[in-house]
Design a protein around this ligand. Structure first.
Ligand SMILES: [Fe+2]
Length: 259
């Protein structure tokens, strides 16, 4: 869960990313679109089931900001391994900002609304449910449609990155991602960078929320006691003196004395 301050600061960060990285009239249009639906975007969860990631107020923007940050870092890794330059930083950030936009719903109906079934709230811990006023569309298709219908243009690279951001978790992406000949393989790696950024962000969100619950108090306790043991040993001067005597390098021993 996020505090109101965290939700506010995430929203400011999100708008600042648009200001900084999406240029010209397109940047203005994109910002206007998000501001027009500010209340919905600020409070949106990233998913409608607590078992999924960031299912709490403000979870959507928190996730998107993480994907933007992750995309920039993963881009650096790919470039350091010799990735050919086939896309711009603006394309990368535009794709990260809008990769999950389809979760918004449409102009009238939010995708995720409050769960009305008390039994499901109590027993299944479901705060939200999917709004069945919305006709079926995949998240990438709805996101691309929203951009297009609001006059926000996107490049082919951005289309491909948003369309395939779920990677091979989505059966329909096989046609784009599993080309077995050079001619049919993707001609840009932006699709892989965005997918990896999204995968990592969602995984980190799962770990933060669920691992403490799944590991249970025993595991947590043993982790804590290990930390305490370390602190104890670190401060135990007898142990420290003994360790220092065994060090051959006097300069290193001198440094260790002061730790
Ligand atoms: Fe995502």
């Amino acid at each position: 869960m996020l505090t109101p301050e965290q939700i506010k600061s995430n929203w400011d960060k999100f708008l600042n990313t648009i200001d900084t990285h999406i240029s010209g009239e397109r940047g203005d249009k994109l910002k206007q679109f998000y501001l027009k639906h500010e209340e919905r975007f600020v409070m949106m969860p990233a998913s409608h089931k607590s078992q999924y990631h960031n299912c709490f107020p403000g979870g959507y923007i928190d996730h998107v900001n993480r994907v933007v940050e992750a995309a920039l870092k993963i881009d650096e890794v790919w470039r350091s391994f010799g990735m050919v330059d086939t896309y711009t930083t603006e394309e990368l950030i535009f794709s990260a900002i809008n990769h999950d936009l389809g979760k918004f719903g449409d102009e009238q109906n939010a995708s995720y609304i409050e769960q009305t079934d008390q039994w499901r709230r109590d027993k299944l811990n479901e705060t939200y449910m999917f709004n069945d006023r919305l006709e079926y569309m995949t998240v990438p298709d709805r996101g691309l449609y929203l951009l297009m219908s609001n006059g926000i243009e996107y490049t082919k690279n951005e289309f491909l990155a948003i369309r395939t951001h779920d990677g091979l978790y989505e059966e329909a992406n096989k046609a784009y991602l599993m080309g077995f000949t050079p001619e049919t393989k993707p001609r840009t790696s932006i699709m892989f960078v965005i997918h990896q950024a999204d995968l990592m962000a969602a995984r980190i969100e799962f770990e933060k929320e669920w691992l403490p619950k799944l590991l249970g108090p025993k595991q947590e306790q043993s982790k804590e006691s290990k930390t305490n043991n370390f602190k104890l040993n670190k401060n135990n001067s007898a142990v420290k003196q003994k360790a220092l005597k065994t060090m051959i390098n006097p300069a290193l021993a001198d440094i260790m004395k002061n730790i």
